[in-house]
Design a protein around this ligand. Structure first.
Ligand SMILES: [Fe+2]
Ligand SMILES: [Fe+2]
Length: 268
């Protein structure tokens, strides 16, 4: 079972409607125009798609932040590139990042929800998350941790009801290894320093990972890639930003030795 994970594309552009100058989008558009635009190269996503289609993994995973401010035009820029995966035989699981569910503006929320369903080819709806999907001998627990937050914060939070749902599932007998797909890291080594950027309400999920009732957490949000894994490949993998750091993660699960093998992919 081979998975290729990529994350944090951050396509951007100007405000797409007048409300964009009054809600949080002006912060995101400002950030994009003066910073992200020069850091994130959308061409890297083309290269990533070429790589994925040549490699033909059993699953591609995108852990969020397709956009900078979650506007329809930004999703469209990514959609035309990821379309090639959607139209291929490679299934794709996507969870939104904090930049994808950025404001409650209806047209933005609808674009995000549409993108979730489009990329996973109708396997799950945003409103039904968290869901558990069996694929290739693994159970994937797919959760949304992103909701619009205040102007200066990019934190996420796990709703108590969602946390309970995942806990209920994980308290059952484990018939297959479990892989959690979310946007935020569950292993947080600097909770105070990263107060504005971290995940809240995550205690139950972190505990499940620690007890290996969840075997592997796949996340994004942090743009530098890392893997915090034990000798059996249990732990957490952050793919890093594909458009900023040219990186993806390759994960291979070997059922015979029950090991997850991780490799960092660097695109040139
Ligand atoms: Fe990001
Ligand atoms: Fe993020």
């Amino acid at each position: 079972m081979k998975i290729i994970q990529f994350s944090d594309i951050h396509a951007g552009g100007p405000a797409e409607d007048w409300m964009g100058y009054f809600d949080k989008r002006w912060v995101g558009v400002f950030n994009y125009s003066f910073r992200r635009k020069f850091q994130h190269d959308l061409n890297k996503l083309h290269t990533a798609v070429d790589y994925i289609l040549a490699e033909k993994p059993d699953l591609a995973v995108c852990t969020g932040d397709l956009t900078s401010t979650g506007q329809p035009g930004e999703f469209e820029k990514v959609k035309v590139i990821l379309k090639r995966i959607v139209e291929s035989d490679v299934p794709l699981f996507f969870v939104p990042g904090n930049h994808d569910f950025y404001v409650y503006r209806k047209r933005c929320v609808n674009a995000m929800k549409y993108m979730v369903k489009y990329l996973n080819q109708g396997k799950y709806d945003f409103d039904r998350l968290p869901v558990v999907l069996e694929h290739g001998g693994l159970d994937f627990v797919i959760i949304n941790e992103c909701w619009p937050s205040n102007l200066l914060s990019s934190h996420g939070w796990v709703k108590p009801a969602h946390s309970r749902q995942v806990e209920n599932f994980c308290s059952g007998e484990k018939t297959r290894p479990r892989v959690l797909i979310g946007h935020y890291p569950l292993i947080e080594e600097h909770p105070i320093k990263r107060a504005r950027h971290r995940l809240y309400g995550q205690k139950t999920l972190s505990q499940l990972l620690k007890e290996q009732r969840i075997d592997l957490s796949l996340c994004g949000h942090v743009h530098k890639p890392y893997a915090k894994l034990d000798e059996h490949g249990r732990g957490e993998i952050c793919a890093g930003s594909v458009t900023r750091n040219s990186c993806m993660a390759k994960i291979e699960y070997e059922p015979n030795d029950n090991i997850f093998k991780y490799e960092r992919i660097m695109l040139n």
